[in-house]
Write a protein that binds this ligand. Structure first.
Ligand code: G6P
Length: 360
C-alpha cells in the first residue's frame, strides 16, 4: 500500500500523476523557442512514405490519435489492431514506418505484428514505456514515453504519455518531410501547458457526482469526432474494464447507423465536444440522443455553446483541438474510476484482465 501514496488504488494515483508524467515526457523535446521538436532518438530515421500503427487495447486508441495527427500533416497513416495486422498482405517496404504502440513493450499480438513488419523489410519503431522491453530491443528505433511505472491494469497515465509522444513524433516527421514547414507553434505551446490543464481538471472535477448520478444505467455510450473519436473509444473501454458495465464508444456520426436503436432514458451518452473540432455536427448528434430521452454528459471546453444541450457538463480548459482530447480523457478516466469505486469493484485488478498479455 505504501506505493499508493495514500490513495485507495494505484489507478487513482496514476490518474493524478499525469501532469508529472507529461512534463517528464516533454522534457528536452521541444526547442526553447517552442517552434521545433527535438527527438535525437530518431536522428537516423529516414522520412517515411507512410506510417502504420500496430497496437492493442488502450494503445490502439493512442494509435488512432496518432493516425489523425499524421494525416492532417499530409503523411499517409493507418492504424491496425495488432492481432489483425499482416505485413505480407499489405503494401509494406523499407519506406514504410511501422510503429508499435505498447506501454509494456511485451504484448504478444503487437510483437508478432512488429516481427512480421521487420521480416517484410519495413522500418520499425517502438513507442513504449519500458526500457529494454522486447519491443524496444527488436525495433529499428525506439521512442520512450517516460510515463513511469504503471501498476493498475487499466492504462491511464501511459495513454496520456503516448498521445503526447505521438504529438511530438507527428511534428518531427512533418518537419523532416518538409523542412520549410514551420511546426504548429500553437500546438506545441499548448502541449507545454497540458500538465497545467490536466491539473486544473484534477483539482476541480465533478466527475464523481456525474458517476454517482448514473450508478444504475443499462449502458454507457461515448461519442466524439475527429481528434475526439479515439477518446470516445477509450472512455468506453476504461468504463467497461473497471466497472463491468456495458459501454460502447464510436465516432459520433456512426450513432445513426445502428447504436441509436439502443439509446433510451437509461443510457447516458458522454459526448466529447471541442470548440474547434466539428462542433456543430457533434451537437447535432447530441440533440438526436436527447430527443430519445437519453441523459447527455458533455465533456467540453465550450460550456457556453454546449451546456444548454447537456444534462451535465464536465469542463476542460479551452485549448488546441489536438490537445483537448488528452484533457477530456482525464474527465472520462475519473468517471470510470468513481463509478467502479461506488460499485466496489477491484479497480486495480479487474477480473479476467492482465496488465500485459504475453500470449497470442
Ligand atoms: C492489456 C491491458 C490493456 C492494454 C493492452 C495493451 O490488454 O489490460 O490495458 O491497453 O494490454 O498493452 P500494451 O502494453 O501493449 O500497451
Amino acid at each position: 500500500d505504501a506505493g499508493k501514496s495514500g490513495y485507495d488504488h494505484y489507478m487513482r494515483k496514476e490518474i493524478t500523476e499525469q501532469p508529472r508524467a507529461i512534463r517528464d515526457c516533454l522534457r528536452g523535446r521541444i526547442e526553447e523557442l517552442g517552434a521545433t521538436v527535438s527527438l535525437p532518438e530518431l536522428e537516423e530515421l529516414e522520412s517515411p512514405s507512410a506510417v502504420q500503427f500496430v497496437a492493442c487495447g488502450t494503445s490502439y486508441h493512442a494509435g488512432l490519435f496518432g493516425e489523425r495527427l499524421l494525416q492532417r500533416r499530409g503523411i499517409p497513416a493507418q492504424t491496425f489492431v495488432a492481432s489483425e495486422y499482416d505485413a505480407d498482405q499489405l503494401p509494406v517496404d523499407e519506406e514504410t514506418l511501422v510503429v508499435g504502440v505498447t506501454q509494456s513493450g511485451e504484448t504478444a499480438d503487437t510483437m508478432r505484428a512488429l516481427r512480421g513488419a521487420n521480416r517484410a523489410g519495413a522500418t520499425t519503431l517502438a513507442l513504449t514505456n519500458v526500457v529494454a522491453s522486447s519491443a524496444a530491443r527488436e525495433c529499428d528505433h525506439v521512442l520512450y514515453i517516460r510515463a513511469g511505472p504503471e501498476i493498475s491494469v487499466a492504462a491511464t497515465k501511459s495513454f496520456a504519455s503516448q498521445q503526447v509522444t505521438l504529438s511530438l513524433l507527428a511534428t518531427a516527421l512533418a518537419e523532416t518531410a518538409d523542412p520549410s514547414s514551420s511546426a504548429s507553434r500553437e500546438h506545441l505551446r499548448e502541449l507545454r501547458r497540458l500538465p497545467d490543464y490536466i491539473q486544473s481538471v484534477l483539482d476541480d472535477s465533478n466527475a464523481r457526482s456525474v458517476a454517482e448520478a448514473f450508478l444504475e444505467s443499462d449502458a454507457y455510450f461515448f461519442i466524439g469526432r475527429g481528434y475526439n473519436a479515439p477518446v470516445a473509444l477509450e472512455g468506453a473501454l476504461k468504463l467497461k474494464e473497471i466497472t463491468y458495465r456495458h459501454a460502447e464508444g464510436f465516432p459520433a456520426g456512426e450513432l445513426k447507423h445502428g447504436p441509436l436503436a439502443l439509446v433510451t432514458e437509461a443510457t447516458p451518452v458522454f459526448a466529447v465536444v471541442s470548440s474547434r473540432e466539428k462542433t456543430s455536427a457533434t451537437i447535432g448528434n447530441v440533440t438526436e440522443v436527447q430527443a430519445r430521452g437519453a441523459p447527455v454528459v458533455a465533456v467540453t471546453d465550450s460550456p457556453e455553446t454546449v451546456g444548454s444541450h447537456a444534462d451535465f457538463v464536465l469542463e476542460v480548459p479551452e485549448t488546441h483541438p489536438a490537445v483537448m482530447p488528452i484533457v477530456a480523457n482525464v474527465q472520462l478516466q475519473l468517471v470510470a474510476y468513481w463509478l467502479a469505486d461506488a460499485l466496489d469493484r477491484p479497480i486495480d485488478k479487474p477480473r479476467n484482465l492482465a496488465k500485459s498479455v504475453t500470449v497470442l
